[in-house]
Design a protein around this ligand. Structure first.
Ligand code: SF4
Ligand code: SF4
Length: 67
C-alpha cells in the first residue's frame, strides 16, 4: 500500500529554519544540506497538518494527498 499523505517541502520558500524537523515527533524529516528532507513519508500521520500549521511560518509545506 502506498502512503497517500505526507509533506512536500517547497525548497524555494523554505528558509531552512528547521522548525518542522523539531516539531514533528514521528521522525518524518531528516536534514540534508541544511534543509528538511521527507525521509520517512510512511511515518506521517494521515491528515495531520501539525508542521504546516504549528511550525512553518513561510508557507513552504504542502501535502501530497490534500487535493
Ligand atoms: S504532518 Fe504531522 S506527522 Fe506529518 S510530518 Fe508534519 S507534524 Fe509530522
Ligand atoms: S518550518 Fe518551513 S521554512 Fe522552516 S525548515 Fe521547515 S519547511 Fe523550511
Amino acid at each position: 500500500m502506498s502512503k497517500n499523505w505526507y509533506p512536500i517541502i517547497d525548497l524555494d520558500l523554505c528558509t531552512g529554519c528547521l522548525a518542522c524537523v523539531s516539531f514533528c515527533t514521528h521522525n518524518v524529516y531528516e536534514v540534508k544540506d541544511g534543509k528538511p528532507y521527507v525521509a520517512n513519508p510512511d511515518n506521517c500521520v494521515e491528515f495531520c497538518r501539525g508542521c504546516q500549521k504549528g511550525a512553518c511560518s513561510f508557507e513552504a509545506i504542502q501535502y501530497f494527498g490534500e487535493n
